[in-house]
Each structure stands twice: as C-alpha cells, then as structure tokens.
Design a protein around this ligand. Structure first.
Ligand code: ATP
Length: 298
C-alpha cells in the first residue's frame, strides 16, 4: 500500500499559540481512518492543511506524493466535507450536485441521484431552505458520490438524526468496498463509527497521542468483573481506569491487558470484556489533561 498522505514536522501557530506541534503521520491507500480527539485538539486544522486550505507554520504536507498547494493534480483527487459547509445563496440541491460533477473526476451521477432518493432530499429546493440535517445530507451525498481517492469528512452530520447517520455509515462501508479509497472521518460519535474505522489517530493538544490500527486500540482496555478478591488479584498493579464494588463483587476497567492475561482472567472465572473505543479515548485524553495540570493522573 502506498502513502496517500505524508506529514512531517507539521506545526501550526497562531501568534504565540501552538495549535499543532511538529506532528508526523502517514496515511495509506484504501483505508478508513478515524481522526479523533477532544474539542480544540487540532483535527480540523490538520484536515484544512491536507486539503491545502491553510498553510503550515513549519513542516511538510505531501498528498499523493506532492505538495497540495495550488496543485490541481492533487486537489482534483481530494473531497473535503466540512461540518459547516456553506453553499451559494441561490443554489438548489441540484445545483450543488451539478457543480460537484464538474469538480470531481470520479463523480458518479447515477449514484448521486440514488443517494438523493435514499436521503429523501428534494432536488429543486434551495439549499438555504433545507433543515440543518438535510443540509448535512447534501454534504454526505457529495462526499460519497465524489469517489475522491482522498475523501475527508469533518463532523459531517450536524443535525442528522440517528436513522440517517446509520444510513451514512452503511452506505460508506458498502461504497468503500466497491470503490476502495482513503477516507478520513473526524467525529465525536466514536462508538457509532468504531466498527467502521480501520486505523485511528488520536490528537490531543496539537500532538499525536495514538496512531494505531483500530484492532490494536480495541485490545488495549478491558473491564473485568467477578468476586472482589479475584478481581483485585488480577488487577495487581495494572493501570485502573475505573472500579466499583458491591458486596463481595467488584468491577474494574484496566488498560494494557495482554492476550495471556486475558486467558488468565478467564481461567479465574472472571468476566472480561473489551472497553469501547470511546471509553478508552475519553480515559486516555482525560488522563493526559490531569497530568498536564499536575493533578492525580497515573
Ligand atoms: N484562526 C485561528 N486563530 C487562532 N486560533 C485558532 C484559529 N483557528 C483555530 N484556532 C485554534 O486552534 C485549536 C485547534 O482548533 P481545531 O479547529 O483544529 O480543533 P478540532 O480538534 O477540530 O476541534 P473540534 O473537535 O472542536 O472541532 C483551537 O484551540 C482553536 O481555537
């Protein structure tokens, strides 16, 4: 698999505030990436730089092996759908699709029309008369039908209800299977997208906290439950995220459990289940905050 994105020493400063601090990462062809992190972590800043909509202060960004700035060869292959996407005042839904068709060489008109029906969007309605969720659906349709080799969705579903969101996930997986490309999905609804993601990059305060295969991250944390004595002896000096006890029964969520230790827990008769990606990220980014503040972090 070749690299679609190569970022080295990427730094963004506004005055004396450092928003991204010399980060490095590589994105490969044909994968779905989750770019995750708390509010203000720097995710949108990264995506803007990949799409050549913002200049780095320092460092390099290469997309499809080239500098993306004012580079039509590269920009033709990127579709960036933003949360707050705005469209010209007079545009109807059909105008948005018409313009998208001229922008994206891989645009599939029949697929776009099909998506319009699935999302129940009136093609002749002015975009400014659409509800918030319907406007998000327009962005999702453009992102999917663009079939851009690098498709970036930055919180694409403001106002979209749970049914439409789950339709988006299914459509994305289905179309991605038929037309593999590199997808970056940035969202706070981590549990909802968790099964979609193949690789996860977690940004925290302008730095990369994790850059790992989703399966590796999913294996990092476990919740064990059973008789208190057995749980305590299993937990030992492992890092505990949370714990509770009731009578002689206790539950503990721990980080860093090896395959052998998991087997050991099972032999002890303890219930052991993986922690959700969201829980794990909440813990890891929360812990770092406490450490930075000199609090009680491990
Ligand atoms: N033009 C700007 N001037 C000054 N600071 C900025 C500017 N644009 C972004 N920032 C700051 O950069 C930091 C990162 O912002 P960014 O939008 O990349 O975060 P994010 O991870 O996408 O957050 P969210 O999840 O809330 O969308 C924030 O602290 C933000 O206030």
């Amino acid at each position: 698999m070749s690299a679609v994105v190569e970022v080295k020493g990427l730094t963004k400063r506004y005055g004396d505030t450092t928003v991204l601090n010399a980060i490095d990462f590589t994105l490969k062809e044909g994968k779905i990436y989750g770019l995750l992190g708390r509010n203000g972590a720097g995710k949108t800043t990264i995506m803007h730089m990949l799409a050549a909509q913002l200049f780095p202060t320092k460092g390099t960004v290469k997309v499809f092996g080239e500098n993306p700035y004012e580079n039509k060869r590269v920009l033709d292959r990127i579709c960036f759908i933003k949360e707050s996407q705005r469209y010209p005042e007079t545009f109807k839904v059909s105008d948005v699709l018409g313009v998208a068709e001229t922008l994206f060489p891989n645009w599939d008109r029949r697929y776009a029309e099909n998506l319009l029906e699935q999302f129940d969007l009136p093609r002749n309605r002015p975009v400014k008369k659409l509800s918030r969720g319907m406007t998000s659906s327009v962005g999702i349709i453009v992102g999917l039908a663009s079939r851009a080799p690098l498709t970036i969705f930055d919180e694409p579903y403001l106002g979209l209800d749970a049914v439409a969101r789950s339709m988006f996930y299914e459509l994305l997986l289905e179309d991605y299977a038929n037309h593999p490309r590199t997808v970056i999905l940035s969202t706070h609804l981590i549990d909802e997208v968790s099964q979609l993601l193949e690789h996860v990059i977690v940004i925290d305060k302008g730095e990369i906290l994790f850059d790992e295969e989703a399966d590796t991250l999913r294996d990092k944390g476990y919740t064990v439950a059973g008789p208190a004595g057995k749980v305590n002896s299993f937990v030992g000096d492992k890092e505990v995220v949370s714990s509770s006890a009731l009578g002689g029964f206790s539950t503990a969520t721990v980080i860093g459990v090896s395959a052998g230790e998991k087997e050991e827990a099972e032999k002890l008769g303890l219930d052991i289940v993986p922690v959700s990606l969201q829980e794990l990220i909440v813990h890891l980014t929360g812990k770092r905050k406490r450490q930075t503040e000199g609090g009680f972090g491990a």
